[in-house]
Design a protein around this ligand. Structure first.
Ligand SMILES: [Zn+2]
Length: 149
């Protein structure tokens, strides 16, 4: 298992405060959402580098991107997005449905504490969140992917 951290800032360029570690994405996201509602710029980070689309640790590509804040998710991303070979191939061929399906199945795999597979309501919410995240990427993306060393 990996650790999660939250950073907050009152405005862009301010010194960031770091909170954590949190042991699950859910815990970090819930606490992060609270900071977001207080009007702080909030980001949830993982301690290790994983694919930003499906969370596998086999990162092979980096996509340059603008900083972006997703209001619906109270979530933000700074700079590059990491991608594994599978997600890179789906992004390059613009197979957004397959990319979303692949991300959802890995989300279920990597978050066994969440009853996503049996709870169809939760599954729909997470699928929606994944879609919003991917849309944010396609908007923020500013150049060609580079192979990681
Ligand atoms: Zn991936």
């Amino acid at each position: 298992m990996t650790d999660f951290y939250i950073t907050t800032a009152e405005k862009k360029g301010d010194l960031k405060k770091v909170y954590g570690p949190y042991s699950s994405y859910i815990e970090a996201h819930e606490i992060g959402a609270r900071f977001g509602r207080e009007g702080l710029i909030t980001e949830v980070h993982r301690a290790d580098i994983v694919c930003d689309f499906c969370s596998t640790p086999e990162v092979k590509w980096m996509y340059p991107a603008d900083d972006i804040a997703v209001d619906a998710l109270q979530w933000g991303s700074r700079g590059e997005w990491a991608a594994c070979d599978t997600c890179h191939a789906l992004i390059e061929s613009s197979e957004r449905d397959k990319l979303a399906e692949h991300s959802l199945s890995n989300f279920i795999k990597f978050n066994p504490e969440m009853p996503v597979a049996s709870d169809s309501e939760m599954r729909r919410e997470i699928a929606k969140g994944i879609r919003a995240l991917h849309e944010a990427f396609f908007l923020a993306r500013i150049g060609k992917a580079e192979r990681t060393p």
